[in-house]
Design a protein around this ligand. Structure first.
Ligand SMILES: [Zn+2]
Ligand SMILES: [Zn+2]
Length: 259
C-alpha cells in the first residue's frame, strides 16, 4: 500500500472538475513550499544550508516577494544566500584574475602564437566557468526541487491506484485529460513504475482520453474566436467564455493567469 499522505491528496484532486488534476496537486505543493519558506524554514539550519546553496528560480523569487508577507524571513534567506554566493563568485574571479591580467598585457604576436598552439586562453576559461556556475544557479531552486520530489511521488501513486483501485481507474477515465506538461510526466512515470503489460494498457487509456479533450478544448477556443464574428453575436457562448485561459493551462501546465 502506498503512503496515505500521498494517496489522499491524489484522490481529492481527481474528484475536482478541472482541466488537469495534477496541476491542482502541483499548485498546492507550490503554495505549501512558499508558506514554508516564509515561515518555519528560516529557523531550520538544514533548509537554510539548502537555500544558501541553491536559491530560487525567477518564478519562485517573484512568488515569494509577491506574497507580501514576512519580509524579514525573506530578507534573512536572501542575505545568507548572497553571502555564500558572492563569496564563491569572488573566489572564482580572484583565482583567474592574474592569468587574465597577464593575457591582457601580452602583445599581439604572443596572442597569435598562443592561438596557434591552441593553448587555452585564461580569459575564455574563466568566462566559461562563470557561465557554467551562473547557469547552474539559475536552474537550482529549493522550491522547484521540493515540488518535483513530491510530484514524482504523486505520479507513482496515480499509476499505482490506476491498476490497484477500480474506483480510482473509473474516476481517472472520466477526467478531462491532463495538461501536456503532466501528460509528459505520466508517460515518464509509466516507463519507471509500470511493467510492459501495464504500460501498454495505461498509454492507450491515457492517449485516447487526452486526444478527445485536446480536440474539445481546441473546439472551445475556435468557438471563442467565432463569437467575434457579428453573425454569431447572438449565439450562446457555450463553454467558450474562459476557453483562452483553460487552453493555455492545458498546453503549458500550472500557470497564474488573471481571470
Ligand atoms: Zn497539469
Ligand atoms: Zn522554482
Amino acid at each position: 500500500m502506498k503512503e496515505r499522505v500521498y494517496t489522499i491528496p491524489v484522490s481529492e484532486a481527481f474528484r475536482e472538475d478541472c482541466e488537469c488534476p495534477m496541476c491542482l496537486l502541483e499548485k498546492r505543493l507550490e503554495d505549501d513550499a512558499l508558506e514554508y519558506t516564509l515561515g518555519p524554514s528560516m529557523m531550520e539550519s538544514d533548509s537554510r544550508i539548502e537555500t544558501n546553496r541553491k536559491g530560487f528560480c525567477n518564478r519562485h523569487f517573484t512568488k515569494l516577494y509577491n506574497k507580501q508577507k514576512n519580509r524579514l524571513a525573506l530578507g534573512l534567506v536572501i542575505d545568507t544566500h548572497l553571502m555564500e554566493q558572492n563569496g564563491i563568485l569572488r573566489k572564482m574571479f580572484e583565482k583567474s584574475l592574474p592569468g587574465i591580467r597577464k593575457e591582457a598585457a601580452s602583445g599581439v604576436m604572443e596572442q597569435v602564437v598562443q592561438s596557434f598552439k591552441k593553448s587555452k586562453s585564461e580569459t575564455n576559461v574563466f568566462i566559461q566557468s562563470m557561465i557554467d556556475k551562473l547557469s547552474e544557479l539559475e536552474k537550482t531552486c529549493t522550491i522547484c526541487e521540493k515540488i518535483n520530489f513530491n510530484m514524482e511521488k504523486f505520479t507513482d501513486v496515480i499509476l499505482y491506484l490506476f491498476f490497484k483501485e477500480p474506483d480510482f481507474k473509473e474516476l481517472f477515465l472520466k477526467k478531462k485529460g491532463f495538461c501536456l506538461f503532466h501528460v509528459r510526466r505520466l508517460l515518464e512515470g509509466s516507463l519507471k513504475y509500470l511493467n510492459l503489460r501495464e504500460r501498454n494498457a495505461f498509454v492507450v487509456a491515457l492517449m485516447e482520453m487526452e486526444l478527445v479533450h485536446l480536440d474539445r478544448i481546441k473546439e472551445e477556443v475556435n468557438w471563442f474566436t467565432q463569437k467575434f464574428d457579428y453573425k454569431n453575436e447572438k449565439e450562446p457562448w457555450k463553454n467558450s467564455q474562459d476557453a483562452i485561459p483553460r487552453s493555455i493551462e492545458k498546453i503549458s501546465g500550472p500557470s497564474d493567469l488573471m481571470r
